[in-house]
Design a binder for this molecule. Structure first.
Ligand code: SF4
Ligand code: SF4
Length: 379
């Protein structure tokens, strides 16, 4: 007898997120044999294919193995039945991620196209309310972003928003970690801190991405987006510290201390532009792979598309507004600054529910796997 009655809602969700060929699997185990990331003991993805066919959602949402898969699709291109195990693993990750989201309704809203207009409307209304629209009437001349949207309220919004987002994300992550520990019931062999340090070092090197046969190109693309994103986050953090410093020590320079107003040769600006460029190149590489090699790239899901367009939107508008400032085009500069902020804040506020949050779930799954000594042997 199955431990859980087959969960039909789960099976529907897997089919909708790219796992519609799941039932073609006849358990030959080729996928597990070719996967270079699976541990030898109870290897994936064959067992996940079976559990998913049986609709065993309880087991799968708390399965760290689902997150040890990097969707290289080595297994998918070799599956004799065309069951697309790599995409099924991705679909299970999306389901698990939505399952642990706090609050749950936000997880559902972010995962469905119907939720997008409502989600975008929140930052749009906030910035419509905060902006001084009379500045848009100046068509040429100096661009003063501070006059359009003041630094102080923006700083407050940034800090308060990040605090709430991190708090909600940590609730979801704690539920996920507890779920894995309750489901696996294996005594940890390595302490959490030690496992966390080893995991972070591994993520920094992107070593696991380079292990699969088909993923060298994807490793480079992911590497660029990953470091581009952290470079952009570091840019925002450093700019915030500089703003605070100028606010109290040199208040006469405070108005021009926001990122788009900085000179191009300022080190923070150089970091921001290099990060933006890295993200744009990485995203173009990801998109090109999808059109040139759709089989190994896997299905293009709504979550994946939103992630790609969100990053591209932040990087592209961020770089564009500085050139509009230099070109002395205030109306266009303010309009794109507005769009840029909507992209930035949407990306930050919805991070725990979008593909961005996968990064944190994967990290916690890897920490758990490492702590119970469940890491691949084939590398
Ligand atoms: S997914 Fe494909 S390769 Fe894996 S067990 Fe099923 S049929 Fe075999
Ligand atoms: S997609 Fe790659 S990492 Fe994931 S199960 Fe298949 S072969 Fe392994």
């Amino acid at each position: 007898m199955l431990p859980q009655k087959p969960d039909k809602k789960f099976k529907r969700s897997i089919a909708e997120s790219g796992g519609d060929d799941l039932n073609k699997c006849y358990q030959c185990a080729t996928c597990s044999a070719v996967c270079l990331l699976t541990p030898e003991d109870h290897p994936f993805p064959r067992k996940e294919m079976l559990l998913a066919q049986w609709g065993q959602s309880d087991k799968l949402v708390a399965d760290p193995d689902v997150w040890l898969c990097h969707q290289c699709n080595d297994c998918t291109v070799r599956c004799p039945r065309g069951a697309r195990p790599g995409d099924v693993m991705g679909a299970i990750r999306n389901y698990s991620f939505e399952h642990y989201a706090v609050p749950g309704f936000l997880g559902k809203l972010v995962s469905k196209p119907a939720g997008l207009p409502f989600l975008m409307l929140i930052p749009i209304l906030i910035f419509v309310f905060m902006a001084d629209w009379s500045q848009m009437a100046t068509f040429s001349g100096h661009v003063h972003f501070y006059d359009f949207l003041q630094n102080g309220p923006l700083e407050m919004l940034f800090m308060a928003g990040n605090f709430i987002v991190l708090l909600l994300a940590s609730f979801g992550l704690i539920r996920f970690y507890k779920g894995m520990a309750d489901s696996w019931k294996v005594k940890p062999e390595i302490g959490f801190i030690k496992a966390a340090i080893q995991t972070v070092l591994e993520i920094i090197s992107h070593k696991r991405f380079g292990t699969c046969d088909t993923s060298k190109y994807r490793q480079t693309a992911h590497f660029l987006v990953f470091y581009g994103f952290f470079g952009a986050a570091a840019t925002a953090g450093l700019a915030l510290m500089r703003m605070e410093y100028l606010h109290f020590i040199h208040p006469e320079h405070y108005a021009l201390s926001n990122i788009p107003s900085m000179m191009l040769y300022h080190p923070i600006k150089i970091l921001g532009n290099a990060s933006g460029l890295a993200m744009i190149i990485g995203i173009i590489m990801m998109a090109t792979r999808h059109s040139n090699d759709p089989e190994s790239a896997g299905v293009s899901t709504y979550a994946g598309k939103i992630f790609i367009w969100g990053i591209f939107g932040v990087a592209f508008t961020g770089m564009l507004i500085q050139f509009l400032r230099i070109g002395g085009l205030p109306t266009l500069a303010y309009a794109f600054y507005f769009i840029h902020l909507v992209f930035v804040f949407s990306l930050l506020w919805y991070a725990p529910y979008s593909q961005f949050g996968h990064m944190f779930y994967r990290t916690f799954a890897m920490i758990f796997a490492r702590s119970i000594n469940r890491m691949p042997q084939k590398q």
